[in-house]
Design a protein around this ligand. Sequence first.
Ligand SMILES: C[S@@+](CC[C@H](N)C(=O)[O-])C[C@H]1O[C@@H](n2cnc3c(N)ncnc32)[C@H](O)[C@@H]1O
Length: 295
Amino acid sequence: MLAYRHAFHAGNHADVLKHLVLDQVLRYMTAKDKPFRYIDTHAGAGGYLLKGAQAQKKAEYREGINRLWSRPDLPPAVADYVHLAQRFNLPQAQPGEPPPQLEKGMTPPLALYPGSPSLARMLMRPGDSMRLFELHPSDARTLAAHFGGRHVQVINEDGFAGLKGQVPPNPRRALVLMDPSYEVVSDYGKVVASMRDAVQRFPEGVYIIWYPHLARIESQQLPKRLISLAPKGWLHVRLTVAQTDSQGFGLAGSGLVVINPPYTLHETLQGVMPWLVDVLAQYEGASYLIEEQPA
Ligand SMILES: C[S@@+](CC[C@H](N)C(=O)[O-])C[C@H]1O[C@@H](n2cnc3c(N)ncnc32)[C@H](O)[C@@H]1O
């Protein structure tokens, strides 16, 4: 029984970090002519209505994307991501019309937040392809209704187990996003097992794994366990914006491990993270960490 619904959290500080990094890696992948596959093992619903009851419950986006939305001082990499999210808020093109573009200086009201499959779709080229796993039946239905076409498959199955059948893809070029809900503690072990298998099958793949920054031991140990799987290069970035409560509960922040990161990512994040800490901080001790082993 899946209780987690991403709509409750859409656009929060963790989505900001994850989608900023995803955007940078996608842009790197699309800078080369060769087509690639985007594999999202935990795709969510693809897009979220921020005025909807679920997103409004705690309105987490107010301390996330909302803090960036209208700022005139976005660093270039942050602007890339925010402008994509803004494009997602433009009226959709009719069939046969070109996709909407953001005009200079235009900031649409923040009403919708794009999930990872939508961000990927906005950057991918006609020859690229997508595999989207989503286990929750209603989110999988929403995805299937919005993501169709010859190069896209929405798969209403377990993404941990399903990744095995997807790697290596043909041609051998892919970006895998693994973004579980960690609703059950066994997810931590599944992330490691699934990644170990995928990296052995397809060592040259690019993998982004998201994790919540919590007081629990499994969350603290996960980055090291993932880094130990990387055959060549890796990057680890973490953003801490809040304090856990007196009993150690609550989301302090989040992190990402990128296996085989673009060589440009470390420098880009070094330029961006201090700014992001300032803008997203919910307490004075907000901080970031970046570590890497280049290939
Ligand atoms: C954090 S959300 C994904 C958010 C999405 N990647 C994004 O960035 O917009 C995690 C999703 O995984 C789904 N899920 C949970 N367990 C799963 C599993 N074993 N396989 C595939 N999807 C799963 C949940 O229903 C939820 O929609």
